[in-house]
Design a protein around this ligand. Structure first.
Ligand code: NI
Length: 192
């Protein structure tokens, strides 16, 4: 039975614990499929763009993704769950975005990450995934895969002054980003 799960907040050790790989044989079990469905409803109920299993107190290498993140194989529907995902940078070129996180409510931070990545793993049916991503989708999967290694976006902020409250972000930083038509993009109103 799927259910809304509670979300761990920064400071809870589960967010700093590397998650365990999932045995692909488990994907056939109703219990595991229910867990993925519970992650999906939790992500949607909390307005998240992505969610990683450690954020719901489960140290497994599983992430879920909102359809809006558009993590997709060519010509197919968006992927909403990945098992044992792995990201590899495909370029040294970086892009920065103001990220948020369901486990760090109320804050935004500017993080630079590789602009283009390869994503490998399994979908929820066990079918292999191997795709290249850029833009917002690349940011989302890197943020979620970091959770599986016990890494939070705040660890990746270069300048501590680039960590701000959401309200002040919307008031002082977002208008400037919109004016400048900067390379930096803001992730507005949604958390990862
Ligand atoms: Ni997060």
């Amino acid at each position: 039975m799927k259910q809304i799960l509670s979300v761990a907040r920064m400071g809870h050790p589960v967010l700093r614990t590397p998650a365990e790989p999932v045995d692909p044989a488990r994907l056939d079990s109703a219990e595991f499929q229910d867990f993925i469905d519970s992650m999906l409803v939790t992500m949607h109920e909390t307005d998240g763009v992505g969610l990683a299993a450690p954020q719901v107190f489960t140290s497994w290498r599983v992430i879920t993704l909102h359809e809006g993140a558009q993590v997709a194989r060519e010509g197919e529907e968006a992927l909403t769950a990945l098992i044992n995902p792995r990201v590899t940078p495909l370029t040294e070129e970086t892009a920065s975005m103001w990220e948020g996180c369901l486990s760090i409510p109320g804050l935004r931070g500017k993080v630079s990450r590789p602009r283009r990545v390869r994503l490998e793993g399994l979908d929820r049916k066990g079918k292999p995934v191997d795709i290249e991503l850029s833009g917002f989708a690349a940011v989302v999967v890197q943020h979620e895969c970091d959770h599986l290694d016990g890494i939070l976006y705040v660890d990746r902020i270069d300048d501590p002054r680039d960590l701000v409250f959401e309200k002040e972000f919307e008031r002082f930083i977002l208008p400037e980003l919109e004016d400048e038509d900067d390379e930096e993009e803001a992730i507005e109103g949604e958390e990862l």
